[in-house]
Design a protein around this ligand. Structure first.
Ligand code: SF4
Ligand code: SF4
Length: 353
């Protein structure tokens, strides 16, 4: 069987613009018991696919029979040149999570991973390759840590010691036997005694190395398709789509005095749009939603969920500063029997506060 050197592959990945690349054996998860306990406790919330594919997720050999190696890559979507906590959004705007501001990473990463798979397939026609970006049942963070790309922090995201955690992960699972000619150095856990992410999470969703999706604003504003429990409305603040708080406060995402930020963000993820005016979103049609979100990860949001989120953010904005136009718009939505019930409910709650 012909072996391939990991350094050849990781060099190709770097030439393709990936910020980080590494290779690890396609071993089963070391955290199977924790994963099962997390699912059994219902912490995956409405993400039923996470409970359906447990055995596949825990063993790459089930995902791709005969899998021997995993190439793990990371794109950097923001850098640590400025303090993320200092980013302000205009009044009565809803904030967008950083990863969702530019091009959809599913497309940006898959294109290059497919090119890598095609090049390897040509040289190794007897082998199988499976590209994985987000939706495939693979525990990318654990494999990324094994491949030496960083460590998994207490907020459960991968952190690179110099680049921080603004990273999107992708992988290529293969039957190819990739020889780690420069074996990955495992990155030690630098969280230490820090608890900043746990303390800052407005809903108490984080316990060390575990996030309860039922309480996580990222889950609630992106994946949750029903009314959001009222106890979460105030903690959502101005977060229209996703939440970056646990990453904003992480010391590994802030500039270090006297040190240049290591690694620039991939321009594909850059966007001048950190927020959207809530009044506009509340008045959107589905055509408006598509026109605004096309090509970005925000396309995932349905019209009723993004307007529900906008109504919740608007209620929080009104508590800070009254805004007659915004209040009037919420009142119209709350009184309109033809409105989506979820949006009506959120608008009524927002003006009642
Ligand atoms: S994304 Fe926000 S709500 Fe979710 S764990 Fe992090 S800080 Fe908490
Ligand atoms: S904020 Fe602190 S505890 Fe949380 S991930 Fe970052 S370093 Fe680890």
């Amino acid at each position: 069987m012909q072996r391939v050197k990991a350094s050849e592959i990781t060099e190709s990945c770097r030439a393709m613009g990936f910020a980080l690349a590494g290779v690890c054996p396609a071993r089963a998860s070391d955290r199977a018991a924790e994963y099962r306990a997390w699912i059994d406790a219902g912490m995956h919330a409405g993400m039923s696919w996470l409970a359906r594919d447990v055995e596949v997720r825990l063993a790459p050999g089930v995902l791709l029979p005969g899998a021997r190696s995993i190439v793990v890559v990371a794109d950097q979507y923001a850098d640590r040149s400025s303090d993320p906590r200092a980013e302000a959004v205009p009044r009565a705007h809803g904030r967008i999570a950083r990863y969702a501001r530019g091009h959809d990473y599913h497309n940006v990463m898959k294109k290059r991973l497919h090119a890598l798979a095609d090049a390897l397939r040509e040289r190794h026609p007897g082998d199988q390759f499976k590209t994985c970006v987000d939706i495939s049942p693979l525990l990318e963070r654990e494999h990324a840590a094994r491949a030496g790309l960083g460590w998994v922090g207490k907020h459960t995201l991968l952190i690179h010691p110099k680049r921080g955690s603004w990273l999107l992960l992708g992988a290529l699972v293969t039957t190819l036997d990739i020889e780690n000619d420069t074996p990955p150095t495992s990155v030690p856990d630098h969280c230490g005694a820090c608890t900043r992410c746990i303390d800052a999470c407005p809903t108490g969703a984080i316990t060390p190395y575990s996030v309860d999706a039922r309480k996580c604003i990222s889950y609630l504003t992106i994946e949750h398709r029903d009314p959001i429990d009222e106890t979460f409305h105030a903690p959502i603040g101005d977060r229209l789509f996703g939440c970056d708080i646990c990453q904003d406060v992480c010391p590994h995402n802030s500039p270090r005095p006297g040190e240049r930020a290591d690694g620039e963000a991939n321009p594909a993820y850059a966007s001048g749009r950190a927020s959207l005016p809530l009044l506009d979103v509340l008045g959107w049609t589905d055509d408006d939603r598509r026109a605004n979100f096309r090509g970005t990860p925000m396309m995932r949001a349905r019209l009723d969920t993004i307007r529900r989120n906008a109504a919740i953010c608007a209620g929080n904005a009104l508590r800070e500063h009254d805004d007659a136009t915004l209040r009037a718009r919420l009142n119209v939505i709350a009184a309109d029997l033809n409105e989506e019930p979820m949006v009506r409910h959120a608008a009524a709650r927002a003006v009642d506060q």
